[in-house]
Write a protein that binds this ligand. Structure first.
Ligand SMILES: Nc1ncnc2[nH]cnc12
Ligand SMILES: [Zn+2]
Length: 330
């Protein structure tokens, strides 16, 4: 039985496996510039975040109908459940779809057809977080928030993703203020490729409650001290960091140092179809490569539920935390 965990950093578009991409392309009459799934998979050798994002956005072309989004989410939830995920907070990138003529309702309601039944069908509770693309102007983000207004009963929060370097969080102050006024939770990618200053800006200007990635905080000891003191969760994605070359190898990953510093780290898969593994695979990989102790593994799982937005269901959080404490490693 796998260690129970919450997944807090997962882009649903990043769960599109090559075989599914081809199946959806055939269903929707979309031509992909790859001969087959195998050739597509061989394109998954990335130099950096941008080289990954180019392929990630290209493949969204196969997602067109509510059924496509439902099928994508169901496939993820089945895999996540099999790897011990009890709760998933799922990112989606509406701007990647709106710009192709796929409307907000198709995306959100399609995803909801899977998410709304997930606890019953997969034993996984879910929440949806809408991300703004930071390499597009804030006006697009404001339009996106507007388009989401009829669907806010499905959406728990907002995030900020896409190409980080040169796109600081402060540019999105207005849309984060508007999101907060609507009662939405706030997170942002920061310190993946961008400098520690972006983490500080995300906290101080956008008012985020969690930092996605946050790896580069280690370059600024005063920032580390603040993150520890304020118990700011970091959603770390180890296999992603290797594939996007934030670290050379998994054995070089700073996760042990981050835990030792007292940071509230969690382990997540980011874009598992592209980076070689789902949540449980990431847990196994860090345990093997970094020699984490059972107590450190338990701490990561505990942190995932503590850092989750389960405030509406404290009973579930308590049950999951109890399962973590009772877990026997084999
Ligand atoms: N790791 C990541 N960083 C930034 N934007 C993303 N979009 C999907 N995955 C991402
Ligand atoms: Zn991400």
């Amino acid at each position: 039985m796998p260690l129970p965990k919450a997944e807090l950093h997962l882009h649903i578009e990043g769960t599109l496996e090559p075989e599914t991409a081809f199946a959806l392309a055939a269903r929707n009459g979309v031509r992909l510039p790859y001969a087959d799934a195998e050739q597509l998979r061989s394109a998954y050798a990335f130099e950096d975040l941008q080289s990954f994002l180019n392929l990630y956005y290209e493949l969204t072309a196969v997602l067109r109908t509510e059924q496509d989004f439902e099928d994508l989410a169901n496939a993820y939830l089945a895999r996540a459940a099999a790897q011990g995920v009890r709760h998933a907070e799922i990112f989606f990138d509406p701007q990647a779809h709106l710009s192709r003529g796929v409307d907000m309702g198709t995306v959100v309601e399609g995803l909801w057809r899977a998410l709304g039944r997930s606890e019953r069908n997969h034993g996984v509770s879910t929440q949806l977080i809408m991300c703004f693309l930071r390499d597009e102007p804030v006006e697009r983000a404001l339009e996106t928030l507007d388009a989401a207004k009829p669907h806010l009963d499905r959406i728990v929060g907002v995030g900020l993703d896409s190409a980080e370097a040169g796109n600081p969080p402060a540019a999105f102050r207005e849309v984060y203020e508007a999101a907060a006024a609507l009662g939405l939770r706030r997170v942002a990618h920061a310190g993946e490729e961008g400098p520690p200053q972006y983490i500080t800006e995300a906290l101080d200007v956008l008012g985020v409650e969690r930092i996605d990635h946050g790896l580069r905080c280690l370059e600024d000891p005063a920032l580390v001290e603040r993150l520890v003191r304020e118990r700011v969760p970091l959603t770390v994605c180890p296999l992603s960091n290797v594939r996007l070359r934030a670290v050379d190898t998994l054995a070089d990953h700073p996760l042990p140092a981050m835990l030792e510093a007292g940071l509230l780290c969690t382990v997540n898969s980011d874009d598992p179809a592209y980076f070689g593994g789902y949540a449980g695979d990431n847990y196994h990989a860090v345990r093997d490569a970094l020699g984490l102790t059972e107590e450190q593994m338990r701490e990561l799982a505990r942190n995932s539920f503590l850092a989750s937005f389960l405030e509406h269901d404290e009973e579930r959080r308590a049950r999951c935390l109890a399962e973590v404490e009772a877990y026997r490693f084999s």
